[in-house]
Design a protein around this ligand. Sequence first.
Ligand code: BGC
Length: 788
Amino acid sequence: MEQAKLRELISQMTLEEKAGMCSGSDFWHTKAVERLDIPAYMVSDGPHGLRKQDEEADHLGVNDSIKAVCFPTACATSASFDRDLLREMGEALGKECQAVGVGTILGPAANIKRSPLCGRNFEYFSEDPYLATEIAGAHIEGVQSQNVGTSLKHYLANNQEYRRLTSSSEIDERALREIYLAAFEGAVKYKKPWTVMCSYNRVNGLHVADSREFLTDILRREWGFDGYVMSDWGAVNDRVKGLEAGLELEMPSSKGENDKLIVEAVKNGTLDESVLDEAVERILNIVYRYTEQAKPDTVWNMNADHELSRKIEEECIVLLKNEQMLPLENRGSIAFIGKYAEKPRFQGGGSSHINCFKVESAMDAVNNPAYGIRANINYVEGYEDEQDEIDKELVRKAVVAASQAETAVIFAGLPDNFESEGYDRKHMSMPRCQDYLISEVAKVQPNTVVVLHNGSPVEMPWIDQVKAVVEVYLGGQAVGGATVNVLFGKVNPSGKLAETFPLRVQDNPSWLNFPGEKNRVEYREGIFVGYRYYDKREMEVLFPFGHGLSYTTFSYSNLCVSANAIIDTDTLTVSADIKNTGKVAGKEAVQLYVRNPKGVANRPVRELRGFTKVFLKPGQTKTVTFELEKRAFAYFNTEIHDWYVESGDYGIEIAASSRDIRLEETVEVMSTRKLPFTVDFNTTLDELLDHPELKDVMEPLLKNYMPQVVNVEEETEDDGFSAEAGWTSRKDEEKKEKSAAEEAINEEMQKSMMEQTPIRGNLSFGDGSLTREMLAEMIEKANAVLQR
Ligand code: BGC
């Protein structure tokens, strides 16, 4: 509807109708105003399938939702490193929504995986904000191409389930910007979700639902968000404050209670009616965007979407380990061990839970002639789902089956009750009965493969005992078919990890501060989340971020950068050739990391700044290209509260994983921005000498005022090396007897102390020739230079 018409319509609404428009009529609908022909529209979960509750809606749902298709969950889809794939999945979801009259599907969820223990990690994409926001953006683009809205959630810093309604995520400004906001930023700026869902939790003490800074200043003003913000279900804290902050729609209904507060506030003058009008306009804009072009005739072909679900999962499966074991030969006898071969775990519990119209297990697939499995597959249960305790009899039978077969494939993972919305994991282990089963089977069967169904990393105490590990994640309702296609080589795996698998949960950077104390969780690791931490600490991990194997091999060559020196406003174009050097066709997720210079700012070793997925036939070569803008080199500088590129040499790394860098070039990037700098009595000598503009101007001044300091500076620059005499001069020096004073304070210490001494220090440590007035004059001159 045209804006003018919409405003005209709003002007006809009563105060009560307008306040009512700012909350749901029930669990899933906005309100209609019949007398003005204003329609209601429906929202539904999301994100990896449609959970549309009919009639008797009850949120998390004792009541079933309609039959639908469960696509792979976010933990899997992010591993595809494939934007096109997510777009395709989004399009399918959008069509499904059109077919059943849902105007906005709730998701995707871009929250950072801060800890492997977050119960909801299966719904989240990555520990890396760039990957998360790019994949979320592609999902949004796909859904919205069908004129159906998305709700990017849970904005912001909802990284755990423990006390999610009340807990405050205490995060420093830089980590907020570089990690937690960044996960949403790209998707909002470039893919324009129709709605954003504000999270339950507080950030730095304030409910996000009440935060003008997050809901208006950053989301709308900085990022250009033009849809409406809805609350997570029950996230409204202070309705009037929230409305003013930028929270337009309360979900679900608060049975009129909060609407009344809005009416009262307008009446008593504490809320400007224009704020309410604007909120209603934003909501109705979206309602009409959908309803005016609704396509109720859309046909939902569930079988086609089931096939698509399998195809997507095939692109997401990550081959973690393979000692010439996979693909399996399609003959002989193979034992399929473990409950999940017959009854896979393929989705998580809670609001995203799909009522699947069918589920395809690995056993279904091997028994389906369409898969062409000729090998003799013998299934044994191995363990009971949702159990931790070891059932010796089940293990015994599995060991017998494994020893009688040529190969054993164990279908393992995390049961529903080990990870879910609503609570966090207690540890990173798989059930004991499964760990035990794997190690017992591997003792008798050297050809053991493990297939993992889980929403987040697990510890693998048996890793050295098995020949191959396949991570299928929570892979949607067709996971069994996709797994069988990968196991037998019909599909060449191409997924890569969107998160690090640490060796043990204690290695994770959030370990000491997760999930916090009562209502407060301090993000003390700051920006060092996931690989940013493990790399900085040079720690061994089980599987690094970006890791994933293939049945073929790829070579990387010919790295080209468009320039070796740029300024931070330039765009750098990077290209490299990727060749399939193996015998089968395959896809490679190529990653670009920028290696940060050793500058003043404390930064991660490297950060993901680009990725692309390329399909190659055997022997084929393709060139991949990336464009890097300022943000690829920048960090968030909290002095200027803005992105800033430190001048220096940056590494451009083209990689197969964060720990498998194949090509590297160095590019010098010069900052175009001056950081504010004022000289005062506490400015240190090295700050004066290091400053590009001050150095020349200040040196004569310093020599004049502080000769002894500058001389030390010059003397210590002589490291004792001379071209003619080599190092001998230093050795000669060393031979000289040192005075007691020299022994107490060596040159390095003296230099370091001088450099770090503030200007005022000269009054105490200088030779007395400098007066306070002289120093003040010098400071004034320096500041005059800075202001020029
Ligand atoms: C969840 C959201 C979900 C909403 C509606 C909340 O409990 O956090 O992700 O979209 O319920 O079901």
